[in-house]
Each structure stands twice: as structure tokens, then as C-alpha cells.
Ligand binder design. Structure first.
Ligand code: MN
Ligand code: MN
Length: 507
């Protein structure tokens, strides 16, 4: 009976199979309603890391980008060497209310939040600061860039004549591909200290109507042997002599008439003799000006983007800083291209000395070495240096997932170095997270990068020297095409992104 009864109607569930209170109700089969999925699931867009092109960033209008680029290009044309950069930057700093810290030190005036100071070291390194609300002991926010660029330096006894032509001997500065510096117009920049100690600054080849100079190369017709050589053997550094004259002195009996004629011109114009070259720093730099590149004018071609394309936005960021929470510092160093050496390089004590003075001037004579150590340990720096943008014409140099790209905004590089991260400055994940958050909050276009594919080469910046001081530091800069060539290329959007990023960090 009972069986029959049960057969009628729907069968009852096994009472032992009743769900326990802690069990979740059984899932409904089939696709869930659309609106519910939207409430709970993270959309694919937010799951995937995909840097956007900086031109698509809504906060970066074309007029802002263009205005910033215009200022940058004008600055580039005026500042082709570290000395010239410092000179121009000092001019801008003074006009923006910055005061020479030596003056403050001699007058023993205390520094207060919002005060702006700068220091120049040996005319080649510059430090600027805007005093923050918090004591220096709690750390600073710094941006560090370098203002020297690869170039061709003139030797200390350079002048000679050969086959009725006159040349200057050179020694190149920084990592260059030598052939790129041949057969282009070169300008002569630099400083000569004369026998009596007086100093003259020289710039020939920049003004319209100025003569320029050049290093010659072999014609293809006779270059059969040269063309078969390896690229790094075909051009010798010792043969990179600059052509500077070919007209003889009228005195036919004179020795070395062609060289003599040049010496006479130099003496007439600058009052120098051949011995004055000994105490000179003369540099051959490309004579061309910064120019827009492309039908759409989206890029800038110029000499010395490395590292002025970071140094200029860094300088602008500090000039625009009013009264920051933490003391804001901008460090513009020399000699990065040859290892950050010397008393104007990042390995020098210049930054420590400057921070020590800031600590002293903001604590009313309470200074101790401990203050400086604490300041360094709590400080953070964006090492503002360029990165190598992917060039689609040269495949295989980058890991495309971790490469810098032209137009994708500021390039964050966690570590540099080469061959197993050797010699790398490796930013801590915590600091990378902080910078990433800051850039996202300030809507700065950024992407994560490394210098190149594993074991393809490598390089370093000032980051490792700064990290040695205890500072948290990370490389954050502009991607460049044809880096270290006489004419390097950057995206205008990236230049403005750098400014936005640096300003967001120090403001
Ligand atoms: Mn650099
Ligand atoms: Mn470089």
C-alpha cells in the first residue's frame, strides 16, 4: 500500500539528503541572469594589464602637450652641454623665486616651508629644493636626472694640419656608435681658461650664418675594405678628427701655414694661443636644432634627449612646486654617461652635502649627522632617465611584454643591470606599488619596462648610487628611439607624461 501511495504524485526527497543549514543552496543550472553577473564579476577590461597610448589619456589635451613641447624644444636649442643646461636652469630658477643657498648660509637665515633654494657645483651640477611642511628628518621627495650627453670632446693639444687641411683631435665622450657622428654638421661648444686665468665661453655653429664643422668619411667607391670590417672596427676613435680649415697663411715661407692661419683667426676672435687649449673643455655637438617629426608632428627629433627629456620636465616640476608636504628636491647631475664619476657626478657627495645644509637650515642650529642619515633613509627618488623604446625595424632586442614603447607614457623600470640583474638597482615592490598608485591617482600614462631582452646588453642610471645612500629609488623616464645618436626621437605625449608624473611626485 504504502508503495502504491508513493508511486502516485511526485516522489519525495530522501529525508537524509536534506541540506544542512551551513550548506549553500544548490546552484541553479544554466546561465545566470546578465545583471547579476555584472554586479559580482570583474570585467575583462579590469583583469588584464594593458597600458593605453598616452594620446588617448583624457587629461592630456593636445594643447597642453604642444605647449610643453614648445618650451622643451626652445630649451634644448639653448642647452646642449651640462654647463649650458645649468646656466639656463639657474636663470629660470631665479625668475621663479629660487635663492642661492650659499647666500642663505652666509646670512644664516632659517628656511621655512615654501622657501626655494638652489646650489650649483662647479658649473656642471645643480640641486634645487622647495622646503616642505614636514621636517627634512622625515625624508624628501626627489627627482634625479643627468644633464650630460654623449658627444665628441676636443683633446687638450688638438690642432694639426695635414694635406693642406686643418683638424682637431678628439676623444669621444659616452657610448656612441662612431659612424653616426661622421658627415654631419657639428657645432663647437665649451669653455677656455686662458693663461691669465680669464675664462671665455664658446659657441660656434648655432647662429644662422655661423660656420659649422664635420668629421669626414670614406666614399663608397673606395670603401671596399672598410665595408667588410665589423661595425665596431671600421671606425677608429683616434681617426675621428674634425675638419676646421683649409686656407693657408699668406706667408709662403711660414711653417704649417694652414694651422697658423687658424691660430691667427682664433687669436683675433678670442685672444687665445695654442697653449690655451690645454685648459679648455671643448665639445663637438650636432649643429641641428630640435624639430618636430612626422606629418602629425607627434614627435621631437633632437640632440641630447638623453637625458634632457627627463631633466627638463624634472626642472619644470620643481619650479612649479609651491609648498609641498615633504621637501621637494631636484638633482641634475653631470658625468652619468661615463659612470657618474667625479665631484659633479652622482657618486659625489654633492647631494648629501645639500641635504645636510637643508637639514641644518630648517632645524635652527640643531643639526647633527643623525638628522642627515634619517633624512636619507626616509627619502624617495624618481631616477629620471630615458629608456630604450621598441624599434620595430630592429626585432629581437626587447621582450615585448616588458618593453618601453614610444607613446605609451612614462616608462617605469623596476630594475636595470645586465646578465642576471648584475649591477642593477632594484626598486622594492612596495615602492613600485606606491609609484604605480600615485600615477594612477594622478592619471599619468605609464607602463612597466626593462632596458632590453635578457642577455641582450643592459645599462645603468644614477639609481644605484642614490640607493646606496639608503634612499628608495626607481627609474622612471621617457622612451627614446635612436638613443645616443646625434638625432634622437621622443614622443611629445611622453614628454608631457613625464612632467605630469614628476610633478605629481614632488608637489
Ligand atoms: Mn641617460
Ligand atoms: Mn645615456
Amino acid at each position: 500500500m504504502a508503495e502504491e501511495k508513493r508511486k502516485r504524485g511526485r516522489p519525495r526527497k530522501n529525508p537524509e539528503a536534506v541540506a544542512e543549514p551551513h550548506e549553500k543552496p544548490a546552484k541553479r543550472r544554466g546561465r545566470p541572469p546578465k545583471n547579476k553577473a555584472n554586479e559580482t564579476a570583474v570585467s575583462a577590461k579590469n583583469l588584464v594589464y594593458k597600458p593605453v597610448n598616452a594620446w588617448d589619456n583624457k587629461t592630456m589635451t593636445e594643447s597642453k602637450i604642444e605647449k610643453f613641447s614648445k618650451g622643451y624644444k626652445a630649451f634644448l636649442d639653448k642647452a646642449k652641454t651640462e654647463r649650458e643646461f645649468v646656466r639656463e636652469a639657474e636663470d629660470l630658477a631665479i625668475r621663479n623665486g629660487f635663492v642661492d643657498i650659499e647666500k642663505i648660509l652666509s646670512e644664516k637665515t632659517p628656511l621655512n616651508p615654501g622657501d626655494k633654494v638652489y646650489r650649483i657645483v662647479r658649473k656642471k651640477l645643480m640641486l634645487l629644493a622647495v622646503i616642505g611642511e614636514k621636517p627634512c628628518e622625515e625624508g624628501t621627495r626627489m627627482i634625479g636626472a643627468h644633464i650630460d650627453s654623449p658627444r665628441v670632446d676636443i683633446k687638450q693639444n688638438p690642432l694639426y694640419e695635414s694635406t693642406d687641411m686643418v683638424f682637431l683631435k678628439t676623444h669621444y665622450y659616452g657610448g656612441i656608435k662612431k659612424y653616426q657622428w661622421l658627415t654631419i654638421p657639428l657645432a663647437l661648444h665649451g669653455t677656455i681658461v686662458k693663461a691669465d686665468g680669464s675664462i671665455i665661453d664658446i659657441s660656434i655653429g648655432e647662429d644662422p650664418g655661423d660656420p659649422v664643422f664635420t668629421i669626414t668619411d670614406l666614399l663608397p667607391h673606395l670603401a671596399k675594405e672598410q665595408m667588410e670590417k665589423k661595425l665596431n672596427e671600421a671606425f677608429k676613435g683616434e681617426d675621428m678628427n674634425v675638419l676646421v680649415g683649409s686656407r693657408p697663411d699668406p706667408d709662403k715661407e711660414a711653417k704649417d701655414r694652414f694651422k697658423l692661419n687658424i691660430l691667427k683667426i682664433l687669436n683675433e676672435k678670442y685672444g687665445i694661443t695654442e697653449e690655451d687649449f690645454v685648459s679648455s673643455e671643448l665639445q663637438m655637438v650636432p649643429a641641428f636644432k630640435a624639430q618636430d617629426i612626422g606629418f602629425d608632428r607627434s614627435m621631437i627629433g633632437a640632440y641630447g634627449h638623453d637625458d634632457r627629456v627627463c631633466a627638463y620636465p624634472a626642472l619644470m616640476a620643481i619650479l612649479d612646486t609651491v609648498k609641498p608636504e615633504y621637501t621637494a628636491v631636484c638633482v641634475l647631475t653631470d658625468k652619468e654617461e661615463i659612470g657618474s664619476v667625479g665631484n659633479t657626478g652622482a657618486q659625489s657627495r654633492a647631494l648629501e652635502n645639500f641635504l645636510a645644509d637643508l637639514c641644518a637650515l630648517t632645524t635652527g642650529g640643531e643639526y647633527s649627522d643623525r638628522l642627515l642619515r634619517s633624512c636619507l633613509y626616509s627619502s624617495k627618488m624618481l631616477s629620471a632617465d630615458v629608456n630604450a623604446a621598441v624599434d620595430p625595424n630592429f626585432e629581437g632586442t626587447h621582450d615585448k611584454l616588458n618593453a618601453a614603447y614610444l607613446g605609451k607614457g612614462i616608462a617605469i623600470m623596476k630594475f636595470g643591470g645586465s646578465k642576471g640583474k648584475s649591477g642593477a638597482s632594484d626598486a622594492h615592490a612596495e615602492f613600485v606599488g606606491e609609484i604605480r598608485r600615485l600615477f594612477n591617482e594622478n592619471q599619468v600614462p605609464w607602463h612597466i619596462t626593462e632596458l632590453g631582452a635578457v642577455d641582450k646588453g643592459g645599462g645603468g642610471t644614477i639609481a644605484m648610487m642614490i640607493a646606496n645612500l639608503g634612499v628608495d629609488v626607481i627609474d622612471v623616464g621617457v622612451p627614446v628611439l635612436s638613443m645616443h645618436a646625434p638625432f634622437e626621437v621622443v614622443s611629445k605625449a611622453d614628454v608631457y607624461a613625464a612632467y605630469k608624473g614628476y610633478y605629481g611626485f614632488v608637489k
